[in-house]
Ligand binder design. Structure first.
Ligand SMILES: Nc1ncnc2c1ncn2[C@@H]1O[C@H](COP(=O)(O)OP(=O)(O)OP(=O)(O)O)[C@@H](O)[C@H]1O
Ligand SMILES: [Mg+2]
Length: 256
């Protein structure tokens, strides 16, 4: 096995990614530590979303996208031939920038993945709905409204419903690409608190434009610039005593 950090559920080494002729990631390393929050920060266009999407092969869906290097999930190369990408995306789920519930009821959103997997027993589905909504802090508000349309919910509840939909299929890692950028500060605070609660059981990797958010909630941070990982380490160190001058300029607000 290659040099894998012991407590990292995902380890990336020398990851190159091209969109056609354009190289968006340049020999990037990353360790995503188990049951911690890892934040990717950096100016627009530096490759944060691209890197996050490599963690569950979401870039496969983009025509002309080529990946070289290693992405080890629990020691297995997820880009090896024969990997089950559906299973990977169940184990490494993703929450997007804009909440994207399906135009279905609240209940049907939560059990969507289970239905696709062929689960039919009502009692089992009900248990999972309650457990997932409870974990996403929605059960008390929504338990009597499970048949209402999900799209009628306020945005922050929609975003937490998307989290509940992931939790229903029992992922190990949750990827979040700017999950609060469509939310107001109060809703953002709720999602941040939820993330801190979720990391007791799940591993989280988040992309954020908001440096205060990264500083508040993450355990590890990676600063990216022009497709490179300039600096990676414990968040406190990256923010208060960065080793690289470029990181220092960014975290002190000099640009970006
Ligand atoms: N589907 C694509 N096809 C071609 N180029 C792309 C594609 N997606 C992203 N890029 C390019 O790759 C680079 C990295 O993009 P990416 O979206 O990963 O950056 P980002 O750090 O997430 O930016 P932002 O903060 O604006 O979301 C950018 O130069 C972008 O234009
Ligand atoms: Mg992005």
């Amino acid at each position: 096995m290659t040099t894998q950090t012991l407590d990292a559920i995902i380890s990336i080494r020398n990851l190159d990614l091209h969109y056609g002729q354009f190289q968006a990631l340049k020999s990037v390393p990353l360790d995503v530590r188990t049951r911690k929050i890892t934040a990717l920060i950096g100016p627009s266009g530096c490759g944060k979303s691209t890197l996050l999407r490599c963690l569950n092969r979401m870039n496969d869906l983009i025509p002309g996208c080529r990946v070289a290097g290693k992405v080890l999930f629990e020691g297995r190369d997820i880009y090896a031939s024969g990997e089950d990408v559906c299973l990977l995306r169940k184990r490494v789920g993703m929450v997007f920038q804009r909440p994207n519930p399906f135009p279905l009821s609240i209940r049907e959103n939560v059990v969507f993945g289970l239905r696709v997997a062929g689960v039919r027993e009502r009692a089992r589905l009900d248990t999972i709905v309650e457990r997932s909504l409870t974990a996403a802090w929605l059960w008390d508000q929504l338990k009597d409204r499970l048949d209402e349309p999900a799209l009628g919910l306020p945005l922050d509840q929609q975003q937490r419903l998307c989290v509940a939909r992931l939790l229903a299929v029992e992922p190990e890692v949750i990827l979040m690409d700017e999950p609060c950028s469509a939310l107001d500060p109060i809703a953002t605070a709720r999602i941040e608190e939820l993330m801190i609660e979720l990391k007791k059981r799940y591993t989280i990797a988040i992309v954020t434009h908001n440096m205060q958010q990264a500083a508040r909630i993450s355990d590890f941070s990676g600063y990216m610039l022009l497709g490179e990982m300039v600096e990676f380490g414990p968040t406190a160190g990256v923010f208060t005593s960065p080793k690289d001058k470029r990181t220092q300029d960014y975290v002190s607000g000099r640009y970006g």
